[in-house]
Ligand binder design. Structure first.
Ligand SMILES: [Zn+2]
Length: 64
């Protein structure tokens, strides 16, 4: 028995997912469609600089 639990982790959705943006300050990832719904491009922390991230290719890179 497994309930459908929608998660924001986009691992195998090549086409249906739009571009994601990651906040440069706190790292919160927001989808592009979510950003466009906002009155202004702004993170929840108030920062306004985002970097583009690609949701389909989720690779865990440990660099330490
Ligand atoms: Zn932020």
């Amino acid at each position: 028995m497994s309930e459908p639990t929608p998660e924001i982790v986009a691992e195998e959705k090549p086409t249906s997912f739009s571009v994601f943006y990651s906040c440069m300050r706190c790292g919160t990832q927001v989808s592009q469609s979510e950003l466009t719904r906002l009155p202004e491009i702004k993170c929840i922390c108030g920062f306004r600089v985002f970097t583009k991230v690609r949701p389909p290719v989720v690779k865990t890179i440990k660099a330490f």
